[in-house]
Design a protein around this ligand. Sequence first.
Ligand code: M6R
Length: 605
Amino acid sequence: MCGIIGIASNKSVSMNIINSLKKLEYRGYDSAGLATLTNESINEKKCSGRVEELEKILFKTPSEGNIGIGHVRWATHGVPNVINAHPHSSEQVSVVHNGIIENSDEIKKELEAKGIKFKSQTDTEVVTLLITEALKINKPLESVFETLKKLKGSFALGIIFKNFSNIIIGARRGSPLAVGYSKEENYIGSDSYALKSMTNKISYLDDGELCVLTKDEVNFYNKNLKKINKKILIMSEDEYSIDKGEYKHFMFKEIMEQPETVKNCIDEYVDSLKNNINILNFPIDPQKINKIVLIGCGTAYNSCITAKYWLEELTSIDVEIDIASEFRYRKLKFNSNNLYIFVSQSGETADTAAALDICKKNNVKTCSIVNVIESTIARNSDWVLPIHAGTEIGVASTKAFLGQLTVLYILCLKLAFVRQDINEKTYIKNISNLKKLPDAIKKCLAGENNVQLMAKEFITAKGSMFLGRGSSFPIALEGALKLKELSYLHAEGYPAGEMKHGPLALIEEGLPVIVIAPKDKYFEKTISNMQEVIARGGKILFITDNKKESLNENIRFGLRVPHIDNLLSPILLTLPLQMLAYHVALIKNCDVDKPRNLAKSVTVE
Ligand code: M6R
């Protein structure tokens, strides 16, 4: 988490640093800060809270300087206050850092034993002080190199030096770092989006690499400090086209964009003329796939669970799912006939990236389903299936979830067909159902007013439950995740059939219970579970695609989504739940795009 930026220029850099930090705020918004070099001294400005506050400070007391670094923080070590905000500077150096220095306590003790004093509670300050020490006998690049040897963990760093006022050094181990080029100006940033208004020419540091920027040139070094060359990528305007448009929040815009993003995704993979799916070059012969293992975190993990139901329904392949932060520490038996699929919007989630690394070390085939195609996870996997959702800014994932589901469904269909688990007629029928999805999504979104009314049922709620069976179970989990992250209201997602094994004890008069009940093979069973909740006073909010089900007096509120096909119902049933979480958050006056304590890209383990 955290976002870093560095600019070496022939003009004052502070306002461009602020603009880039605003773009990086999705990575963390606990505090913000910058440091520039003015008259050969380090000039630091920091605040707790948002970049807006930092901007106000700069309006009152501007920071001059043609070289500077900036940071937005998602706190890991130490509370989010001004002292712990980055940059962390000594007399000689100033450092911004994204990631975690795992052995910082150990290093801190060693430095304190030498009489060196610390100002903050952060792990970052050890980097500042180690470089400061190394500078007594080395030049800047060697000092950083020597310091890196002592650090454990994963991080990206941006460093400026009081006595070397024309350079910025960037270093990457684990956490991403992009480099941008322009005329008489060069940049480092946590992602290319942060550099968007300044350049479309981008390179990415690989693990262990360093770079030295001046306003005129960028030099790259590998982990042995040998000079290397990097490819320059030209980013297209599409990769950058992001603003809120007519909407008040990115999240709502992203919800409303879903008919379009899902259509884009389908168009990328489905050949409408030939009624075929253009997925080729499987890293393993599909006939020989023994098992598919799906791995992700948060919303991406909920996509994996949904895909498990699809793969089981459509194919003869064995399926396993895992949360990346569990997978990476388990004692696993790898099999070269297994396909390991990593699902991630950002492609930078530390746990998912680490799980992928473990698979690579065990020589098994990997596939990633990502939104950011230049991300670490995409670059490190054998096979990439992009979701084509466009940049997602809202911290709560919406359109990326639907994109992940769409690609996973398309992949399941293709696998089922090439393995002859389904016949051509079924394959074509499923493709034609899939093509109806964007319009059905549009219809669901048109029901927003009803969802707004449903949201009022949460005004006095102390908690809530989301219930579903079969492929509606992961959608219940996703609905509960959205509600808790946006409105800070406790929400549990449960398989409806599991209620009687404990959670039923939570049901009391008026507790909102969202029952997700499409007309599938589980419908009657879900209704029975709903009755058990009604009998104990739960307030039922019912979501179905069943035209026949009449909503009776025991159901406090009912919503109907269109029906296309049972396999696709989880996708449609997600939409009211996204809108519900959004409207409850509005009622509760929560920050929809930047929920407390969270960040978009989780680059710590
Ligand atoms: O970028 P990723 O898809 O790997 O992120 C995984 C989770 O951190 C993410 O889905 C998180 O749960 C979202 N905030 C949920 O809305």
